[in-house]
Design a protein around this ligand. Structure first.
Ligand SMILES: *Cc1c(COP(=O)(O)O)cnc(C)c1O
Length: 391
């Protein structure tokens, strides 16, 4: 007897971190002092106001039921709070009932969206390197990925003019993600405008992943895709409280924008999950209430860590520009190294530091590694010192 995985699982891209994960577990088992700059999970705890809001809401039995509100998924007061946040933060008006949908983390919505819009053989345009659910969501829905390389010479923006006409005829969705994971690149408003024109021309749905819209430095404030003219006609934007308010474990995010696209995602979700625990949505309201104050402090913390890492590595001969947003540093390998997996393996073996090989995010990520700024500045300085010794 043997059970076979369905074809859709077999088609998922190979998980390239297997060797690194194995080596990491081994190092931990040997009690080595590992500095983990691998995973993008904020090290600090969730703000206490958010935790208190959960306590309070969890005690209230009216929150113990299926989280449906007038037949819609998501509490209407959370949706209204999101609308107010969008208006204040981006000057974009949204209808809380039709243009906003809470999610079990934005990953959930990102990977479920193709089930609503992709038929077998349809194409999603996906940046490479990228956050992996763009690919896996498309593949599980029976779609085909077409990769758009993000390269340094083009400021890690996709070159829309290079996409084949035959591909565009079958394309349904284009994913964009700025500020970007893993490259930490940002985009100007002009890029969003180009994407709207392009998407209109080829009748594409734009999925703008704004998970890092609030993690930015030195006065830079990332904008919203929905703010550009025609944005809402053409797409949706995914937000997450995971990075914004140190809430990765809570599983809460939201998607905003085009009514028809939101309705499609809601229909898929109503057949798979039954929405976010109401008490967590109440905590989400508290998170948006304190976000400004929290981010002012957190972004200073990330900026100091960024400076410690980039200045430190540049002194060792690396050539890295300081990112304006996200808590990642995307670094080209030092000259004599070519393979990002080999390099990450070496750094783990010799210096007990975990970093992510760029190729794990897609072929165009080869030649780079990603450092996550999710450990203290002192540990980052220690990591730089260890790298100095081995390189
Ligand atoms: C972390 C991350 C997300 C989503 O996180 P959730 O915890 O599912 O809300 C989405 N996109 C990118 C690019 C991310 O790095």
């Amino acid at each position: 007897m043997g059970f076979e995985f369905a074809d859709r699982l077999k088609k998922l891209p190979p998980y390239l971190f297997v060797e690194i994960d194995k080596a990491k577990r081994k190092a931990r088992a040997e009690d080595r002092d590992i500095i983990d700059l691998g995973i993008g999970d904020p090290d600090e705890s969730t703000p206490k106001e958010v935790v208190e809001a959960l306590y309070k809401a969890a005690r209230d039995s009216k929150n113990h039921h299926y989280p449906l509100d007038q037949g819609n998924q998501g509490s209407s007061i959370f949706r209204e709070r999101i609308a107010r946040w969008y208006k204040e933060r981006f000057q974009v008006s949204l209808d809380p009932e039709k243009e906003i949908l809470p999610l079990l983390g934005s990953k959930e919505g990102i990977s479920h969206m193709p089930f609503a819009f992709i038929n077998p053989g349809d194409i999603s345009l996906i940046p490479d390197p990228c956050y992996p659910p763009y690919k896996s969501g498309t593949i599980m829905a029976g779609g085909v990925q077409h990769l758009m390389p993000l390269i340094e010479e083009n400021n890690f923006l996709p070159d829309l003019n290079k996409i084949d006409k035959a591909v565009l005829e079958k394309a349904k969705i284009i994913y964009i993600n700025y500020p970007n994971n893993p490259t930490s690149a940002i985009c100007e408003k002009g890029f969003f405008e180009d994407v709207v024109i392009f998407a209109k021309k080829y009748n594409l749905i734009v999925a703008s992943d704004a998970a890092y819209s609030e993690i930015a430095f030195e006065g830079y404030s990332p904008s919203s895709f929905l703010k550009v003219e025609g944005g809402k006609d053409q797409g949706v934007e995914f937000h997450s409280l995971s990075k914004t308010c140190n809430m990765t474990g809570w599983r809460i995010g939201f998607v905003c924008g085009n009514e028809k696209i939101i309705a499609g995602i809601a229909k898929v979700k109503s057949n798979i999950d039954s929405g976010v625990f109401n008490a967590i949505q109440m905590a989400g309201i508290a998170a948006l209430d304190i976000a400004d104050k929290h981010l002012e402090r957190m972004n200073k913390v990330y900026q100091e860590r960024r400076d410690a890492l980039v200045d430190g590595l540049n002194k060792l001969g690396w050539v890295i520009k300081k990112p304006k947003a996200t808590f990642y540093v995307w670094a080209k390998l030092p000259k004599k190294h070519k393979s990002s997996i080999e390099f990450a393996g070496l750094v783990l073996d010799k210096a007990d530091i975990v970093i992510t090989p760029g190729i794990g995010f897609g072929a165009s990520g080869e030649g780079y590694v990603r450092f996550a700024l999710t450990v203290s500045k002192a540990r980052i300085q220690e990591a730089v010192e260890r790298l100095r010794k081995i390189l």
